[in-house]
Design a protein around this ligand. Structure first.
Ligand code: ATP
Ligand code: MG
Length: 441
C-alpha cells in the first residue's frame, strides 16, 4: 500500500489540476493512512484533515473536487460540516464515511445533501466506486454548469441581437411611417395641383372662348359700323330734301343695307352657333357655291377698308366646294382682315386678290396680299392660339387658330406662306362640291 500524501506535502501545480483532488476528513490516523493511500493509488490527488475545523479550512482554501467525510469528528458533528460545505459549494460530491451502519444518521446525512455513504470497515473497493461515481457526477455537474454558462451567454447574445433588431425595426418603422406621411402629403399636393390644373384649363378655355366670341362678333361689326355711319349721312341728306348732296345713290344705299343686314345676320348666326361651337360639334358640310359667301364678304371688306385696300376676285365662277357656309365665311373674313391689316401696316394702298383655283378633287381659295409679309421666324407659329404681333387690344391671336380648326373640320387645310414678290398668301384648300345647278333651273 502506498503511503498517503499528507496534508502538509500537498502542493498544487498546473499539471495536477486535471486530476481530481480528494479531501479526506477523518480523525483516525489509521483510516487517513489506509484510505488516503488507496485514494492516491486510484489516481487522485489527496489532501487530509483530522478535525472539523481543519476540514472546513482546507475545504475553503483548496477547493477540492471530492470529499470523503467522517461523521464522528472530535470537534463537531460531521453532518453540520457536510451542511456547511454543501452550502459553500453545491457541485462537490461529499461521500460520508460512517463507522457503523447507523441508518438514522446515514439518512440524515443523505437528506442534508450527502452524495453517497460508505461504512468504514467494509471493503475499500466500495470507497473507490463511490469516488468514481462522485467524479462522474462532478464532471456532469461541471459540464452542466458550462452548458448553462454557454446557454446564458447565448441567451445574452440573443437578447442583445433581439434588442438590436428591435431597435432597427423600430427605427425602420419610424422611417416607414415618415415616408408614408411624406407620400400622403405628396399625394395631397398632386391632387391639389391636379385640381388647380383642371381649374386653370377650365379658365383658359373660358378665356379662349371669350376671345373667340369677341373676334367673331367684332369682324362683321367692324364692317357694319362704317356702313351704318355712311347710311345715316345719306338718310340725313334725304331728310333735308337734298338728294344731290347724298354720297351715293338709293340703289347703292340699298346694297349697303343688304350687306349690313347680312353682317347683322352673321352676328346673330354666330351667337346662335355658339352653343354648337362650345360643344365642338362637327360643322355640317354641304355642297355650296364659293361666291355665295365670298361676294357678301368682299362687300363688307370694301365698306370697311375701301379707302386703303383694293379687293378683287379672280378664277372661274360657279365653283362649288364641300363646306359649312357660315364657317367658310368666318374663315374668309379672318383671312381678308389679316391681309388688310398687313397692307395698312405698309402705309400704302395695296391690293388683295382672292384667287379661286379648282383642280380635280380640290378647290384652292387663295387670299393674296401686298402687305408686310409674315416674318419667316413666325411662319410656324402664326396658327398657334393667341399668337399675335399686333399691339395689345388690336389682335387676340385667335383668328388663324380658329380658321385652321374650322377648315380642318370641313375636311380641308389652311396654310400660310410668303409670296416671292412680297406680301403673304393664305390658302384654304377644300374638297370640291357637287356641280352647281344652272341658275335658271
Ligand atoms: N396676311 C398676313 N400678312 C402678314 N402677317 C400676317 C398675315 N396674316 C396673319 N399674320 C400674322 O399672324 C398673326 C396671327 O394672326 P391671327 O389672325 O391669328 O391673329 P391676329 O390677326 O393677330 O388677331 P385676331 O385674333 O384679331 O385675328 C398676326 O398677328 C400677324 O403677325
Ligand atoms: Mg387675324
Amino acid at each position: 500500500m502506498k503511503s498517503a500524501v499528507r496534508t502538509d506535502d500537498y502542493v498544487e501545480d498546473d499539471s495536477s489540476r486535471a486530476t481530481p483532488l480528494v479531501l479526506l476528513i477523518d480523525d483516525s490516523p489509521v483510516v487517513r493512512d489506509i484510505v488516503g493511500a488507496s485514494v492516491v493509488s486510484w489516481g487522485y490527488r489527496l489532501v487530509s484533515a483530522a478535525t472539523y475545523r481543519e476540514g472546513r479550512e482546507r475545504f475553503d482554501a483548496l477547493a477540492p473536487d471530492l470529499v470523503l467525510c467522517d461523521l464522528g469528528l472530535p470537534d463537531g458533528d460531521g453532518i453540520d460540516l457536510l451542511v456547511e460545505m454543501r452550502h459553500l459549494r453545491l457541485d462537490v460530491p461529499i461521500i460520508v464515511l460512517t463507522s457503523d451502519a447507523d441508518v438514522g444518521r446515514v439518512l440524515r446525512a443523505i437528506r442534508s445533501g450527502a452524495f453517497d455513504y460508505v461504512v468504514k470497515d467494509q471493503q475499500l473497493e466500495l470507497v473507490r466506486r463511490a469516488l468514481e461515481r462522485g467524479s462522474r457526477q462532478l464532471e456532469l455537474a461541471r459540464r452542466n454548469a458550462e452548458l448553462i454558462e454557454q446557454l446564458a451567454a447565448a441567451n445574452e447574445r440573443l437578447e442583445s441581437t433581439v434588442e438590436a433588431r428591435t431597435a432597427e425595426l423600430q427605427s425602420s418603422n419610424a422611417q416607414l411611417r415618415a415616408e408614408q406621411r411624406r407620400l400622403r402629403e405628396a399625394l395631397q399636393t398632386v391632387e391639389e395641383t391636379q385640381d388647380q390644373l383642371v381649374q386653370a384649363e377650365k379658365m383658359s378655355s373660358v378665356g379662349r372662348l371669350a376671345a373667340g366670341i369677341l373676334h367673331e362678333v367684332n369682324n362683321p361689326l367692324s364692317c357694319l359700323l362704317p356702313s351704318l355711319t355712311m347710311l345715316t349721312e345719306w338718310a340725313e341728306a334725304l331728310a333735308q330734301d337734298a338728294p344731290s348732296s347724298a354720297p351715293f345713290s338709293a340703289d347703292e344705299a340699298g346694297e349697303m343695307l343688304r350687306d349690313c343686314l347680312a353682317g347683322a345676320e352673321s352676328i346673330a348666326r354666330i351667337v346662335a352657333d355658339l352653343r354648337t361651337f362650345t360643344r365642338r360639334e362637327a360643322v355640317a358640310l354641304t355642297s355650296m357655291s364659293v361666291d355665295a359667301v365670298l361676294t357678301p364678304t368682299l362687300r363688307m371688306m370694301l365698306n370697311r377698308f375701301g379707302r386703303e385696300v383694293h379687293v378683287s376676285r379672280t378664277g372661274p365662277a360657279d365653283v362649288s366646294v364641300l363646306a359649312s357656309p357660315i364657317h367658310l365665311q368666318q374663315v374668309l373674313l379672318n383671312l381678308l382682315i389679316n391681309a388688310a391689316h398687313a397692307i395698312q401696316a405698309t402705309g400704302r394702298r395695296g391690293h388683295i386678290i382672292v384667287r379661286i383655283e379648282p383642280s380635280d378633287d380640290f378647290v384652292d381659295i387663295d387670299v393674296l396680299d401686298e402687305g408686310t409679309g409674315i416674318d419667316p421666324a413666325h411662319l410656324d407659329q402664326v396658327i398657334d392660339p393667341f399668337f399675335t404681333t399686333k399691339p395689345t387690344g388690336q389682335g387676340t391671336g385667335m383668328g388663324l387658330s380658329i380658321s385652321h380648326t374650322l377648315v380642318g373640320q370641313m375636311g380641308g387645310d389652311l396654310t400660310l406662306s410668303n409670296r416671292p414678290a412680297g406680301g403673304a398668301r393664305a390658302r384654304v384648300r377644300l374638297r370640291r362640291g357637287e356641280p352647281l345647278p344652272p341658275l335658271d333651273a
